[in-house]
Design a protein around this ligand. Structure first.
Ligand code: LMR
Length: 328
């Protein structure tokens, strides 16, 4: 009799799946490497809320923050294996799939986040969303975090202050070249390891946004933060071509709209956190702010900007020109 029951249950489940009765909702996994109290963390949670509200019982979204499921070294590979359906790596982390996005890493290219936004929303920026289509990666939109600052255990005023120091960088040859240019030693490491590397003094510094420096507590293990605004840290929300095409057109539309709305919220939070998290760090008094005079900042520009020409062929002159033009 047990066998019969088992058979009946099996039949019922086949019936349920084929006729979509009692079928379990499709699980969409969204993995990222930052904390929940960040622009990307909040954006992912909003996406979950909207998808589950609008496609109840049909789709669920599981969000995995803090490199819990996949980290910098494997999230894009996992996406292509369909082990995860959405990731939003920083634009510096796509180098293995396209060199074009390295435009975002060129030091002192964008004056501010408004310029970054204009470039992303313009023709060249929108075309870059499709720059990995031959690799099976679909770019669905840009998400902001903010401008990057240098942190270290010493005040960085002039480029020579960075000489010989080890800085963690994301896996980007442009970012490595940027530190080479000042005689520093770039060390490519995943985000999840940065705090420990700083705490144990295995590295001397890093570059990041106010939001990441706050939410990862980097400021607790770095004595100084130089407000350099030398580069941008933004994201591309991506899915795989295979997963995206597997969705029925009407569901895909709902999911894309939910994503666009979540990104809009994430961008709003990014702008707010940029100020708030900076203030929280300053209030903590654990890390001192180093500001640069225009002349001091110009020294960094002069030393780092030659990096552009090294990558001009890979990135594309047209792309760089469009980015420069976005400064207006
Ligand atoms: C980093 O690795 O420093 C950042 O890209 C982390 C993130 O996703 O904001």
């Amino acid at each position: 009799p047990l066998k019969t029951v088992a058979k009946m249950l099996a039949l019922a489940s086949v019936f349920a799946t084929s006729f979509n009765v009692f079928a379990a909702p499709v699980e969409i996994k969204f993995s990222h490497v930052v904390a929940e109290n960040t622009p990307k963390g909040q954006m992912a949670l909003k996406f979950k809320e909207l998808v589950e509200q609008r496609l109840p019982g049909e789709y669920t979204v599981s969000v995995f923050p803090n490199s819990q499921l996949f980290g910098d070294n494997n999230e894009l590979a996992a996406l292509l294996l369909n082990d995860v359906q959405f990731v939003a790596p920083s634009l510096s982390k796509f180098e293995r799939y396209t060199k074009r996005l390295q435009v975002f890493d060129l030091p002192f290219l964008f004056n501010d986040m408004d310029a970054v936004n204009r470039f992303q929303q313009g023709e060249a920026g929108q075309a870059l969303l499709n720059s990995m289509s031959r690799k099976g990666i679909v770019g669905l939109g840009y998400l902001h975090n903010g401008m990057k600052q240098f942190t270290a255990n010493t005040p960085l005023k002039q480029p020579s202050d960075a000489k010989g120091l080890k800085f963690r960088v994301m896996a980007s040859d442009v970012l490595a070249a940027q530190f080479d240019a000042v005689g520093a030693i770039p060390v490519k490491k995943p985000f999840s390891e940065v705090f420990t590397l700083l705490q144990t003094r295995a590295i001397d510094g890093q570059e990041n946004t106010w939001s990441n420096t706050y939410s990862q507590k980097f400021y607790e293990v770095q004595s100084h933060i130089t407000e350099s605004n030398h580069g941008v840290l933004d994201y591309m929300v991506v899915t795989s071509d295979a997963f995206w095409k597997s969705l029925p057109a009407d569901k895909r539309k709902v999911i894309k709209e939910a994503l666009d709305e979540s990104i809009a919220l994430g961008n709003k939070i990014a702008a707010e956190k940029d100020n708030e998290d900076k203030q929280l760090i300053l209030d903590s008094k654990l890390s001192q702010l180093v500001t640069l005079s225009p002349a001091e900042r110009q020294q960094w520009v002069d030393v780092m900007k030659p990096v552009w020409s090294k990558f001009e062929d890979q990135v594309g002159k047209d792309v760089i020109e469009a980015a420069v033009a976005a400064n207006k």
